[in-house]
Design a protein around this ligand. Structure first.
Ligand SMILES: Nc1ncnc2c1ncn2[C@@H]1O[C@H](COP(=O)(O)OP(=O)(O)OP(=O)(O)O)[C@@H](O)[C@H]1O
Ligand SMILES: [Mg+2]
Length: 271
């Protein structure tokens, strides 16, 4: 049986997914701060908009204006889509009075109700939904992560959505953020970052995608001004990425041996 797939807006990631995200899926997009979750979410939204689809983008970490600005640096016109009535950006940060599309607080019930209101406003038909980020809803109560994620998926599954839920992890406190989204998701796309040779590199790996084959390799990505996310190619961990140069390693071992000899006696044989 062939599944209908939606382009993510990043052609390299569509290839990894053998064509895109199966329609109707809820996909978790996870990773540390600054790895590209928001940029990817903007691509996913924009791919729908340019295809004549409707979209709802919930932003918890950046204001609506900031999202529109970020999109425009990647060559995407979100303001026009809002004005056309094709896109609703729900802002959970500003809590602006009198703005129908602002959340007053980071409350999951309010989130779900506002998303449904936005869906009714946009009208019938399939809609792309991004919630960036879900983890904002359980920052002070990580134990609720799974319950909240399940609630969002269950209620929204009655509506015609394909959904991206982002979740953020701090390197040192990943447990504290809760692993809610991954459990309920039909797919997991994980973004990573790493300093290699004094240069910040970013990676993506698809960890799960139900009902479809996908590439299991880690791919290096780049974010380019005016263009956005591009897949550079598959990445194989080179030994130099984690090993110290041999000469440095030898010096460290020698120093350690010397220290022990001084403590416990004996002689270090020279070559
Ligand atoms: N116009 C641009 N040109 C080049 N690089 C950009 C551009 N816009 C964003 N970036 C890169 O993308 C990074 C931000 O990625 P993004 O906002 O998607 O991260 P994130 O995973 O959503 O982080 P957080 O968890 O903090 O929200 C920036 O640090 C920058 O390196
Ligand atoms: Mg972000």
């Amino acid at each position: 049986m062939s599944v209908e797939r939606l382009s993510t807006g990043v052609s390299g990631i569509d290839s990894i997914l053998r064509g895109g995200i199966p329609k109707g899926f809820t996909v978790a997009v996870v990773g540390e701060p600054g790895t590209g979750k928001t940029v990817f979410s903007l691509h996913f939204m924009n791919a729908g908009l340019v295809n004549g689809e409707k979209g709802i983008y919930v932003t918890t970490e950046e204001s609506r204006a900031s999202i529109i600005r970020q999109a425009s640096t990647l060559g995407m016109d979100f303001l026009q889509a809002v004005n056309r009535g094709d896109l609703v950006i729900i802002d959970a940060l500003m809590g602006e009075k009198g703005d129908a599309w602002s959340l007053r607080e980071l409350d999951v019930d309010e989130l779900v109700n506002t998303v449904i209101e936005a869906k009714k406003y946009l009208g019938h038909g399939h809609t792309r939904l991004v919630i960036d980020s879900m983890s904002a809803f359980w920052l002070d109560k990580p134990a609720m992560a799974r319950k909240y994620s399940y609630q969002v998926k269950r209620v929204l599954s009655k509506w015609d959505f394909t959904t991206v839920l982002t979740s953020q992890y701090a390197v040192t406190t990943s447990l504290g953020f809760g692993f809610g989204v991954e459990h309920v998701a039909d797919g997991i796309i994980r973004f990573r970052k790493r300093i290699i040779g004094g240069y910040l590199k970013r990676f993506v790996v698809v960890e799960k995608m139900r009902q479809t084959d996908h590439d299991k390799r880690v791919f290096e990505i780049d974010i380019v001004d005016g263009k956005g996310m591009v897949v550079v190619g598959p990445y194989t961990l080179a030994r130099e990425d984690f090993a110290l140069p041999l000469s440095v390693l030898r010096k460290m071992v020698e120093a350690e041996v010397r220290k022990n000899l001084e403590l416990y006696g004996g002689e270090l044989e020279e070559e």
